[in-house]
Every structure is written in C-alpha cells, then in structure tokens.
Design a protein around this ligand. Structure first.
Ligand SMILES: Cc1ncc(COP(=O)(O)OP(=O)(O)O)c(N)n1
Ligand SMILES: Cc1nc(C(=O)O)sc1CCOP(=O)(O)O
Length: 339
C-alpha cells in the first residue's frame, strides 16, 4: 500500500493494474476517488483511502441514515488491499531485501525510489517478436514430427517466440500437445501462445493467444485471460489495429506480406501497406506471410519503430532441419537489427 498525500502520484504508478493511494492524514481527502480506464480485466483504480479509524468503524450494522461516504470508503479499502497484495508480490518477485528500505520491503517505506528500480511489468518484450515461429499441424504431419519436436528445434535455433497453431485436431489432443510444448518453451523462457483457442491457452498455462478477425474478440479474451497474458491479433487495416489496441491486445500480426501457400489468403498486402500499418499502429507489429531467408532483409528494409520482427511458418517448419533453418533466419535478422 502506498502512503502518500498526493493523488497525482497515480500517474507515476499507472503501470500497475490495480493500486490505491492511501492517505494517512485524511484532512481534505474524503470522497476523492478517481476511476481510470483499464486496459485489462482488473481495471486501474486509484483511490484515496481514509485511514482514520473513526471513519472505518462502519462494518457492524448501524441504525443510522448517515451512510453517505461508506460505499466509496469501502471501495478505497478494496483497492488498497489489491495494491497491498501487488506491492508484496513485487517486493518478493524483485528480491527486495530487508533493509533495502528504511523498514524493509513490506513497510510503507517501500517508496517510489524503490519502485522506480523495478522494471516495468511487461508480459511481452518487443524483442520477442523478432523471429516468431508459428508451428503448423499440417506441416508437422507431413514431416512426421511432433509439435514438441518442432517447438524444441525452433527454440534451439533461436526463435524468440512460439505459437502453437493446430488446425483440425480434437480438443484433447490439442490440449495434450499444448501442455508438452508449454513445458519446453517455459524451460527455455521463450513465450508461447496458442493460436485461436483461449480455452486451451488457459488450460495449458500458455503465455497467451493469437486471435484472428473471426476468432473471439481480444476484449473478451482479455477478460478471460487477465492482464498478465499475451494477446496478439491479426490485422490488415488500421481500423482493426485500433480496435485490437482498444480491446487490450499486446501486438498485431500483419499480412500476408507476400503470397503464401501455407494458408489461403485473399491477396498479399505488400510492403508499403505493411509499413503504413506500422506507422499508424500504437502496438508492436510482427509481419507474416511468405517471409523467408531470401526476403526477410527486404521486409525489414524500412523499419518503422513499431515493426519488431517477422512471424514465419514454412521457412522453418517446411524444412528438413528446423533448427538449422531457424538459425540461418535468426542470423540474418540479428544482422539487420544490429546494423
Ligand atoms: C503472428 C501471427 N499473425 C497472424 C496470424 C494469422 O492468424 P489468423 O488470422 O487467426 O489465422 P490462422 O493462423 O488461424 O489461420 C497468426 N497465426 N500469427
Ligand atoms: C498463418 C498466416 N497468417 C497470415 C496472415 O496474413 O494473417 S499469413 C499466414 C501464413 C504464414 O505462413 P508462411 O510463413 O509459410 O507464409
């Protein structure tokens, strides 16, 4: 819980999904409450909690009509409790040592200075989108490899993120495959998301989902998954990008940049359209569709600040040696990003 006396400090703290600012000297603070639009399920709530015990002695049933203010005070308490939980969680996650603050990490002297040392809570780093390996159940079948083998090889070769894309499988088979792939990815600390299926993503403990325009909308997926999961959305227009952003998505996949035989597409969007989407996008973008070792430099020729990498299927998984193919592509991409 934060103990301070200025609601504007909210802006310094807004990266947290739920927080409260608790004012210990209540003078003038009663009733001050600000609801702030949330990206995500929990919402961002900045409340002033009045800590004078006289105000708080309201929990027993009282024969009184003078109830004005009890509701918002209680709300403040709830928000304060959420913030307290997050505060302790952060202190534990970031190994704040006793003595780091004046009275240790769990006292109210775990102050802004300490918080500013904590890196922003980030489920997806833009660098994860550099070489995004999207598996394909059809190709795995053709090459007689399991999804786990495909995922393991791509990660070994340098994939920075993985998507398990399974078409036409029984739910139970998809789930079992997902559980094994999640284990492999988690072991290597590479984010893994599930294509299309929010239920499977939740059940197997994946890092998130990738959703198409005809899948569950990102807003509903966000409500189900909570704020700590990754949500990607396929977008071809700026309107779709804007909606994905407003719905709480973390990144967009845009394509097909070039013609591809991996999936039926209406037409390729081309590089200029990709760059225009990137320039108008508030979210990180990963390019997809027909991208391989021979054209990836061309895709990354112009790099609007939101274009963070490429997502590929056949360039990695329609190859005899997935690890080698990933290594070769990863090397080219690194050269581009390091130049
Ligand atoms: C990174 C990335 N971008 C786009 C897609 C395509 O997703 P979607 O439109 O849902 O089509 P399918 O993959 O379900 O055929 C993607 N999978 N990944
Ligand atoms: C799965 C997918 N989605 C696309 C989109 O445009 O949204 S293009 C595509 C296929 C990508 O496969 P490859 O790397 O083999 O071309």
């Amino acid at each position: 819980m934060w103990v301070c006396n200025h609601v504007n400090l909210y802006w310094k703290l807004k990266r947290f999904n739920a927080l409260s600012v608790s004012v210990s000297d209540s003078a003038g603070a009663a009733g001050t409450q600000a609801g702030i639009r949330a990206r995500g399920a929990l919402g961002v709530c900045c409340s002033i909690a009045i800590t004078e015990t006289s105000i708080y002695n309201i929990m027993g049933r009282q024969e009184t009509m003078d109830t004005h203010g009890t509701g918002c005070t209680l709300t403040s308490y709830i928000a304060a409790e959420m913030a307290a939980k997050r505060n302790i969680q952060d202190a534990l996650e970031h190994n704040m040592k006793i003595g780091t603050c004046l009275r240790g990490p769990f006292s109210h002297s775990f102050t802004f200075a300490e918080y500013s040392k904590i890196p922003e809570r980030q489920v997806l780093k833009a660098s994860n989108l550099r070489l995004y390996a999207v598996t394909d159940s059809g190709l795995n079948k053709r090459w007689q490899r399991s999804a786990v083998e495909a995922v393991r090889s791509a990660i070994k070769g340098g994939a920075t993120m993985v998507q398990l894309r399974v078409k036409e499988a029984e739910t139970l088979d998809f789930f079992k495959e997902a559980v094994s792939c999640v284990e492999v990815a988690k072991h290597s600390r590479i984010p893994i998301v599930i294509n299309d299926r929010v239920d499977i993503a939740m059940a197997c403990g994946a890092d998130g989902v990738h959703l198409g325009q005809s899948d569950l909308p990102a807003r509903q997926a966000r409500m189900l998954l909570g704020s700590d999961k990754i949500i990607g959305v396929s977008c071809q227009t700026l309107e779709q990008v804007q909606k994905a952003y407003e719905d709480g998505a973390d990144y967009v996949g845009s394509g097909a940049v070039f013609p591809t035989t991996t999936k039926k597409i209406n037409s390729a969007i081309g590089l200029e359209h990709l760059y225009a989407l990137c320039r108008g996008s508030p979210l990180p973008v990963v390019a997809i569709g027909g991208i391989n070792a021979s054209n990836v430099k061309e895709v990354l020729r112009e790099r609007p600040s939101t274009l963070h990498g490429v997502a590929v299927i056949s360039a990695l998984f329609d190859q005899p040696d997935v690890c080698k193919a990933t290594q070769e592509l990863a090397e080219i991409i690194s050269d581009v990003f390091n130049s």
